[in-house]
Ligand binder design. Structure first.
Ligand SMILES: Nc1ncnc2c1ncn2[C@@H]1O[C@H](COP(=O)(O)OP(=O)(O)O)[C@@H](O)[C@H]1O
Ligand SMILES: [Mg+2]
Length: 234
C-alpha cells in the first residue's frame, strides 16, 4: 500500500529550480533509498516532504491525502519525521534533553518510547546526562536518529546517516536502520553511499540535478554502469 507519493514535484530556492518534477512513491514497510551525489537535490526532497519548504508545482500525498501545503509541525504530527543532514543535535543540551525535544509534536515525551530508543542505542542511555556537543560523530548520528524516533514516525526521513562515519560505524548505523524498519517503520533513506543504501533495500531511486534519472530494483541499480561509475568509484 502506498504511504507516501510525490507526483511531479518542483521546488525552488528563489529562482534556483532545485527539484524539476520528481515523482517518488514509498509503500508501507519499505526502506527506499534515494541516491545522489552532492547537490542532486536529496535534502531538498526531504525538506519538501516535511513541509520545511513547499513545492511550487506538484503534489505530495500521505495515505492519499495532500500534504504539500501543510505546515511542518502538522506533518510531524502525521508521522513524517526527518533526521536532518549533519545531525543538528542541540550541542549544549544533554542527550536526554535532545531526545525529549524529539517528542515535542506529541506534547510530552513517552517513557515507553524512550525505553525503545535506549534499547536500540544503549550508548545513548549510558551517556544520557552528557552534553550532546561532546559526543563523537557516530554518537551524534545515533542521537539524531533517536531524537527522530521520539517523534513516533510512521515514516522516517533519514538524510545521509553515514556521512563522515568510519566504515565500522556505517555498518552499525545501517544495522540499526534495518532494526528500525523491522519494527514496522517505513524509511526514506537519502544517501551518497549507494552500496550501503542498496544493501538494506529492495528498490531505489537515483536523483541527479533535481531529476529522478533511474528507478529500479536494488540488484539492477547495483549492476547499473552509470551507478557504478558515479557512486561506487569504478
Ligand atoms: N538554501 C539554499 N539556497 C539556494 N540554493 C540552495 C539552497 N539549498 C540548496 N540549494 C541548491 O539546491 C540544489 C540541491 O541541493 P540539496 O538538496 O542540498 O542537494 P543534496 O542534498 O543532494 O546534496 C543545489 O544546487 C544547491 O546548491
Ligand atoms: Mg543534502
Amino acid at each position: 500500500m502506498t504511504m507516501l507519493r510525490l507526483d511531479n514535484v518542483h521546488s525552488y530556492y528563489g529562482n534556483i529550480h532545485a527539484l524539476k518534477g520528481i515523482s517518488i512513491n514509498v509503500d508501507q514497510g519499505e526502506v527506499v533509498p534515494l541516491i545522489g551525489s552532492n547537490g542532486a537535490g536529496k535534502t531538498t526532497t526531504l525538506r519538501t516532504i516535511s513541509g520545511l519548504m513547499h513545492p511550487r508545482e506538484g503534489t505530495i500525498e500521505l495515505h492519499g491525502k495532500s500534504i504539500e501545503k501543510t505546515p511542518p509541525h502538522d506533518i510531524t504530527r502525521l508521522g513524517v519525521v526527518q533526521s536532518p543532514e549533519g545531525r543538528r543535535v542541540f550541542p549544549r543540551m544533554t542527550v536526554l534533553e535532545n531526545l525529549e525535544m524529539g517528542a515535542f509534536a506529541h506534547g510530552k515525551p513517552d517513557a515507553q518510547e524512550l525505553d525503545r530508543v535506549y534499547g536500540l542505542f544503549p550508548r545513548l542511555q549510558e551517556r544520557q546526562s552528557q552534553k550532546a556537543g561532546t559526543l563523537s560523530g557516530g554518537e551524534q548520528q545515533m542521537l539524531a536518529m533517536g531524537r527522530a524516533l521520539m517523534g513516533k514516525p510512521e515514516i522516517l526521513l533519514l538524510d545521509e546517516p553515514s556521512m563522515g562515519l568510519s566504515p565500522i560505524l556505517v555498518e552499525t548505523i545501517f544495522g540499526i536502520i534495518r532494526e528500525i524498519n523491522g519494527r514496522g517503520i517505513t524509511v526514506l533513506l537519502v544517501e551518497q553511499n549507494a552500496l550501503m543504501a542498496l544493501s538494506v533495500a529492495n528498490r531505489g531511486y537515483v536523483l541527479q540535478t533535481g531529476e529522478i534519472v533511474l528507478s529500479d530494483t536494488a540488484d539492477n541499480l547495483r549492476k547499473d554502469e552509470s551507478v557504478r561509475k558515479a557512486y561506487l568509484g569504478e
